[in-house]
Design a protein around this ligand. Sequence first.
Ligand SMILES: NC(=O)c1ccc[n+]([C@@H]2O[C@H](COP(=O)([O-])OP(=O)(O)OC[C@H]3O[C@@H](n4cnc5c(N)ncnc54)[C@H](OP(=O)(O)O)[C@@H]3O)[C@@H](O)[C@H]2O)c1
Length: 291
Amino acid sequence: MLVITGASGQLGRAVAAEVAARRGGEGLVLATRSPAAVADAIPGAEARRADFGDPASLADAFAGADGVLLISTDDIADRATGQMAAIDAAKAAGVGHVWYTSMLSPEPGNPAIIAPSHWATEEHLRASGVDHTIVRAGFYADFQVYEAAASAASGEFVHNRGRGRCAYLTRADIARTLAALLVAGGRAGETLSLTGTESLDAVELAARYAEVAGRPVEPVEIGDEELLEALGGSTEGHNQYGARLTVSIGQAIRAGLLDLVTDTVRELTGSAPEPLEAVLARHAAAIRQRG
Ligand SMILES: NC(=O)c1ccc[n+]([C@@H]2O[C@H](COP(=O)([O-])OP(=O)(O)OC[C@H]3O[C@@H](n4cnc5c(N)ncnc54)[C@H](OP(=O)(O)O)[C@@H]3O)[C@@H](O)[C@H]2O)c1
């Protein structure tokens, strides 16, 4: 029996659909805080309640599982505790293999504010004694569509990345790679890095945004504090965390920590990830509308 946590999220749904396409929905458990939302999502699959903040729910959700995919949560401020509790629950339930969705280069020293929680979870998993595979995923190419649209609208791509590079890939490519891994099994003790095909810096990104938008986009590099201010990071409230996240990811890119291209998606699935250019082209109408 295979359990996928976070099964009502976008990645969780996509992985579950890809797993079902490969081996059917029987023996697949969709574990989520909202089981009603996925009750009919996959014929033959079972929906169970699982909340990383509620250990009792995890014991029930993982009962009888041979493998569990732990999808990192979006509770970025305080997710390590719950994710580590989920690893403990998988161990207590006698789960044979755990997969965890981490980020590229989460080691201490990475300035991205999402890195420490991924690293703490990875370390907990390595120390758990449970067979596991850590899947470090690159940043979503899907989000570059919004960046391209905003750049098209203003004519500027404002950033703090220096000449650092990043190889984006779609959530869909991450999902089908995870599904291939889950269905194939094995790879215990490995840490895999999933990236796009091309590592691009801000100048190259701005050129691609300009091309799809059909109008000039100027790359404009500014300092961290200036970018934080521009994104509303100095004001209290919802924006603040998102602004700090964006600035800290820019710092990680500038430090070269995301400049990695692997062939792992193709090796595991048989086909390369969709290039960023193709992703932007699929959304050209929306990007141009803002330009
Ligand atoms: N590589 C990237 O660029 C990138 C970008 C954004 C996010 N991420 C990471 O990848 C994850 C999946 O992305 P997504 O696109 O599917 O995001 P999403 O649609 O926002 O999903 C958020 C996920 O967090 C789960 N979650 C939140 N609180 C939880 C809790 N207390 N216990 C268990 N699960 C909890 C949700 O599960 P349920 O609601 O089903 O319980 C859901 O699967 C994110 O949560 C984040 O860690 C990566």
